[in-house]
Ligand binder design. Structure first.
Ligand code: SF4
Ligand code: SF4
Length: 377
């Protein structure tokens, strides 16, 4: 067809819901998804394969369930891969701030060799400093990104994501899981550098909840709370826990820049792995905020299904649309966006445009939002 622009084929995203029968349970459906993907595009015999997930902060219950993780581990092993489960240490003080406490938390949450069938290794070393620097051509903020060492050195990565809301990026999907979650402490600091919370003294009744929950001890409370920006690491916790909505962030700049920096760190892995990354996203127990908190709250929508793709932008766009198309739970953190079609993430975080991450990833050539969904029945 001369004279017409070349059109790119939409990316494939495989989907199964949680309908099961006695002949065909969710694991059989997951097996078919991985075979049709195919997982063998990313995982080759003999590969050391990093399975990137989030083990959940202690007290959280929404994180990805070990039985799903163990099943994907066995699928990797059947292809001849040698998987290990991994995440990186957190920026803030908590139950995953160094590799010792992180492994203890992972084990308490059911991620042990006995349950999942492979080792758990924290990718950025004992204290979150083991890194590999990668150049990201075309980056707006981070031309060189600092990736967690063991994730960078693995032959392939399988990104297992629990899809949920997120106070800084609107939603947390595959891009956030690997982009933010695959960075060292220094990388995370650079991603959060635009977040500068402020307290509105008139709205603050000096309850102290923000100071108790600040992982950087950056808040002191006198007649009202005050934040020391030299100590603040931009985690957003104070905004989430304040009962009076007295903490605000200059969102337009902060949330957009944070998402763009997160995407650029993600790009470091994509550029480095040359197609050896596969994505599986679980859209169940969709909590309003990140698994980094020591609580989860009720899910905002029913359990919707599992997605798999080789395109990270397409899988995140699909999960985002799935949640928005669902009927929201009335007794959840949703304020008014319960109707099918309403943007659930804008409802939770009105000042955050969650689609910045999709657009920036597309602009950097990491994938495309255009997709076709293949149903696995
Ligand atoms: S964002 Fe708030 S809770 Fe987080 S480190 Fe800064 S002041 Fe503390
Ligand atoms: S949680 Fe909110 S109301 Fe309580 S001290 Fe902090 S800013 Fe003030």
């Amino acid at each position: 067809m001369t004279g017409t622009a070349t059109r790119t084929e939409p990316s494939r995203v495989l989907f199964t819901d949680f309908h099961e029968t006695s002949e065909r349970n969710i694991f059989a459906k997951l097996d078919e998804m991985l075979a049709r993907l195919p997982l063998s595009n990313a995982v080759h015999a003999g590969d050391i394969v990093a399975v990137k997930l989030h083990f959940g902060e202690r007290g959280n219950t929404a994180f990805l369930q070990p039985h799903f993780v163990g099943h994907v581990v066995r699928a990797i092993q059947k292809l001849g891969g040698r998987p290990f489960l991994t995440d990186t240490n957190t920026l803030y003080v908590g139950t995953r701030a160094d590799s010792v406490s992180h492994l203890e938390t992972a084990h308490q949450h059911g991620f042990t060799y006995e349950t999942v069938g492979c080792p758990v290794i924290i990718s950025d070393g004992l204290r979150g400093t083991a890194s590999v620097d990668v150049a990201v051509e075309g980056a707006r903020h981070a031309p060189v990104v600092r990736l967690a060492h063991d994730l960078a050195k693995a032959d392939a990565i399988v990104v297992l994501t629990h899809f949920k809301g997120h106070e800084l990026s609107g939603f947390g999907g595959a891009i956030k899981n690997l982009g933010m979650g695959g960075g060292t402490r220094g990388a995370k600091l650079s991603m959060h550098s635009s977040v500068k919370p402020k307290v509105r003294p008139k709205a603050c009744d000096a309850c102290g909840r923000c100071a108790e929950n600040c992982p950087a001890n950056a808040i002191t409370v006198g007649r009202h709370a005050g934040i020391d920006h030299r100590l603040c690491i931009g985690c957003g916790s104070c905004m989430v826990v304040c009962p009076n909505e007295a903490v605000s962030i200059s969102w337009n700049a902060a949330a957009s820049e944070l998402q763009e920096r997160m995407v650029e760190h993600f790009a470091g892995f994509v550029r480095q792995k040359h197609g050896r990354i596969a994505y599986v996203t679980f859209v169940n127990r969709v909590s309003p905020a990140c698994d980094c908190y020591g609580f989860s709250d009720r899910p905002i929508v029913p359990d919707l299904g599992i997605l798999a793709s080789l395109d990270p932008v397409a899988i995140d766009a699909t999960a985002f649309q799935l949640v928005n198309q669902a009927e929201g739970h009335r007794n959840s953190a949703l304020r008014s966006g319960h109707a099918p079609g309403a943007d659930k993430f804008r409802d939770l975080y009105p000042d955050v445009d969650p689609e910045v991450q999709l657009r920036h990833a597309e602009a950097l050539g990491l994938g495309q939002q255009s997709h076709v969904v293949e149903n696995v029945l």
